[in-house]
Design a protein around this ligand. Structure first.
Ligand code: HEC
Ligand code: HEC
Length: 297
């Protein structure tokens, strides 16, 4: 009897030790990823002045969902706050107290938005720079002009606390840092010609690939937490084959499909703020995609 109890004790102690070891390994391995330094050569972009540039920059910020994570005033917001994933907040991007420090230069903004890398070289967590890294120099310049002109708001940015599940997903490669995915040496075009063209649609649809996949075939979203629903197939192999251009525009603006079913809130509302030219261009581009089986990225 005593012997059996002793055995059970050993088994429990071993299990506890293994769990502790696993947790410590996940913690150390995730720290290795989070603290990895990315040395990128950041090319400066021209930051324009004038109300037209600011208007264009505001439109880019509004239609790419910066407010979803950085708050309506871009002065910071909490995105996720639970013990499993951690407390994840988009920092204050204004120059108020608690916002971007005075030492944060335009080049640092390019490094964050285009490369997903903080001034100290670490890869930004959750910031979807891989969706923004192909912005032309002009779009990047307009966006930065707009950020620099934001009304200063005093609000302390909440430091990220990355929870055990988020760390596990990071170690397993289920969550990736944008900095791991971006072609840092790639050359971005200076400008792109807006218009209802496949080329312009292709350019804009880069912002859909983070969730719908590089070939837009949908499936499990790599960058999101496990409770996010899969993204739909946007190639002609999906439901969109049966949609019209008007159906597509309505689905993004009104957030309902042609059959009346609502879109899940993970599908960002911001894209519905794109103008007709932008949405028609994306539609024109989606029509040219080769059909791909759902989730076959
Ligand atoms: C899915 C949420 C999300 C979206 C969308 C998003 N961000 Fe972020 N962003 C973050 C998080 C989280 C951080 C902090 C990451 C870290 O510190 O590791 C961040 C960091 C930044 C930083 C660096 C700030 C600093 O203090 O170091 C800048 C600049 C930035 N984001 C700009 C933007 C812009 C501009 C857009 C829209 C084009 C945008 N973000 C969209 C989540 C997001
Ligand atoms: C943050 C992740 C995310 C991004 C970025 C994103 N989507 Fe989605 N999208 C989703 C999810 C998740 C769904 C599934 C929603 C549902 O099941 O209700 C979806 C569904 C859709 C649908 C409905 C398709 C159908 O067959 O019902 C369309 C259309 C769509 N997205 C277009 C786009 C376009 C165009 C872009 C880029 C401009 C984009 N999405 C960017 C996550 C995203």
């Amino acid at each position: 009897m005593k012997k059996a109890l002793k055995l059970v004790g050993y088994v429990i102690a071993t299990v506890v030790a293994l769990v502790a070891l696993a947790l410590v390994s996940v913690y150390l391995l995730s720290n290795q990823k989070l603290n990895k330094s990315y040395q990128v050569s950041v090319q400066p972009v021209v930051i324009p002045t004038g109300s037209e540039a600011l208007g264009r920059g505001q439109h880019i910020a509004a239609t790419r969902g910066c407010a979803d994570c950085h708050g309506a005033d871009l002065a910071g917001a909490t995105i996720i706050d639970n013990p499993a994933m951690g407390r994840l907040s988009g920092p204050n991007l204004t120059r108020g107290r608690g916002g971007l420090p005075a030492s944060f230069t335009d080049l640092d903004l390019v490094r964050s938005i285009r490369h997903g890398v903080a001034p100290d070289g670490r890869g930004l967590f959750l910031m979807p720079s891989s969706d923004f890294s192909e912005f032309t120099d002009q779009d990047m310049g307009d966006l930065i002009a707009y950020i620099n002109a934001l009304a200063p708001v005093d609000r302390a940015s909440v430091p990220l606390t990355i929870g055990p599940v988020a760390r596990g997903l990071l170690v397993a490669g289920k969550i990736k840092l944008s900095a791991e995915l971006i072609d840092h040496a790639g050359v971005r075009p200076a400008t792109v010609q807006p218009g209802v063209t496949v080329a312009y649609g292709h350019y804009l649809a880069a912002g859909c690939t983070g969730c719908h996949g590089p070939n837009l075939s949908g499936g499990k979203i790599d960058i999101g937490p496990p409770d996010w629903p899969p993204a739909q197939n946007l190639t002609p192999a999906g439901d969109l084959a049966k949609w019209s251009e008007a159906d597509f525009i309505m689905s993004l603006r009104k957030r309902t499909r042609p059959d009346g079913s609502p879109l899940n809130e993970v599908m960002p509302a911001a894209f519905g703020l794109m103008n007709d030219t932008e949405l028609k261009a994306i539609w024109a581009y989606l029509r040219t995609l080769p059909p791909a089986p759902t989730g076959k990225r």
